[in-house]
Design a protein around this ligand. Structure first.
Ligand SMILES: NC(=O)c1ccc[n+]([C@@H]2O[C@H](COP(=O)([O-])OP(=O)(O)OC[C@H]3O[C@@H](n4cnc5c(N)ncnc54)[C@H](O)[C@@H]3O)[C@@H](O)[C@H]2O)c1
Length: 381
């Protein structure tokens, strides 16, 4: 049977399921570009929360003069809200942004598959789960892919488009067109744990916790090092608190189960905090205590900070080199992912350009030697 193509030009109606921080942001992204959007969640309470997220975001954009009152009104007018999945029947593209649970996502995909029209493309915003396994819950796995936005979705300009072995080239090409219509940089990747950005980011965050676990440095030393010397907007431990330590551990578990690399196993410092109910900002405590939100001072240990910065950056650059060498992603996609998805000031390959590849390889060899972990060694020439 020939399916009507869901091309950027044909596509007018988009459904979004799950209206939390990501779902509500995705509603805004599509509506702001002129798409009609149906926002769905499981209860009236959850729908109301989604509406509130959208209103708060639009009010902020209005205050910052990024949108006019007319644009705000138009964005809101293009969205309809419901708890009833059958409202998705006319949607050309349906994006799921429910909590990160395979069982839940499979249940939701089964429900969507039953109500969506035959030509509709179904997408998941999963950060770490197998898109292939999610697609297997439907009768149309060839029309399922990952559409991974970054937080906050209206602001971050990067999207990972995850194709499974079953996604057809037409569906991929149509989804790429849609992504471009959103004024985002779209990187097409295969279905592997963590995709580009979370694989590199979470392994880096885990490394920072491993340094803490070894008592080589304090929380303050580590975060100050990366903010001040690498110029990152946040230190790795503040960032882990922001992402949520539960989310960090879940993503790392998926990455570790695939790679088997012991450096990817969630660090004890993460799992211990989590076991104590400390999930980061969302529970008021993690590596930091958020009642009230702390002013993070600088660490005076200049030499130690330099050491930490070199260790973390070297390992991260090595992982980027390995990812590109494996053929998983191009240098441009990796650089853009880390800049536009995470807000880093430069991509890893731009950094390698500045430092010089020979110097990076020397640093990798030294790190492998001093840490005793051969995984940090440079790739053979
Ligand atoms: N938070 C992030 O920084 C981030 C970034 C990128 C991707 N993601 C991914 O996006 C997805 C959503 O994350 P989030 O942070 O927005 O979660 P969230 O918990 O803020 O929101 C989840 C939403 O799904 C709704 N929901 C729960 N059960 C449902 C059901 N059965 N049917 C319909 N809706 C249901 C909830 O009411 C809520 O509106 C996850 O897969 C997550 O991994 C999150």
């Amino acid at each position: 049977m020939t399916q009507k193509s869901v091309s950027g030009t044909d596509l007018t109606q988009v459904g979004v399921i799950g209206l939390g921080i990501m779902g509500a942001g995705i509603v805004e992204v599509f509506s702001a570009q002129g798409f009609q959007v149906v926002g769905i969640a499981e209860s009236k309470l959850a729908v109301d929360q989604g509406k509130q997220y959208l209103t708060t975001s639009l009010t902020r954009a209005l205050a910052k003069q990024k949108l006019t009152q007319l644009e705000v009104d138009q964005i809101q007018a293009r969205v309809t809200w419901s708890e009833d999945f059958s409202e998705l029947a006319d949607c050309d593209l349906i994006i799921e942004a429910a909590p990160e649970s395979l069982a839940l996502k499979q249940t939701i995909f089964k429900q969507i598959d039953e109500v969506a029209k035959p030509s509709a493309v179904l997408a998941t915003n999963t950060s770490s789960l197998s898109v292939t396994e999610i697609a297997s819950a439907t009768n149309r796995p060839s029309q399922v892919l990952g559409f991974h936005f970054f937080n906050p979705a209206p602001i971050q300009k990067f999207v990972e488009l995850v194709a499974t072995p079953l996604t057809t080239p037409e569906v991929i090409s149509d989804a790429l067109n849609v992504g471009r219509k959103l004024n985002k940089y779209v990187a097409q990747v295969a279905d592997q744990p963590g995709f580009i950005v979370n694989k590199l980011l979470l392994v880096y965050l885990n490394h920072a916790v491993q340094i803490l676990d070894l008592k080589k440095a304090t929380i303050l030393d580590i975060d100050s090092a990366m903010r001040e010397l690498a110029g990152y907007p946040m230190g790795p431990l503040e960032l882990a608190d922001l992402i949520g330590l539960d989310t960090c551990v879940e993503i790392l578990k998926t990455i570790y189960s695939d790679s088997g690399n012991h450096l990817h196993k969630p660090a004890a410092g993460l799992t211990d905090l989590l076991a104590g109910g400390h999930k980061g900002r969302k529970t008021g405590s993690g590596f930091y205590n958020y009642s009230p939100k702390p002013e993070i001072p600088t660490s005076p240990n200049t030499a130690l900070k330099n050491e930490i910065y070199l260790e973390l950056e070297t390992a991260y650059l090595g992982n980027a080199i390995e990812m590109e060498a494996s053929g998983y992603a191009s240098k441009a996609d990796i650089d853009n992912g880390m800049k536009l998805g995470c807000g880093l000031p430069a991509g890893p390959f731009e950094r390698i350009e500045v430092i010089g590849i020979n110097e990076v390889r020397d640093r990798q060899a030294k790190l492998a030697q001093t840490s005793g972990h051969s995984e940090y060694a440079p790739l053979p020439l």
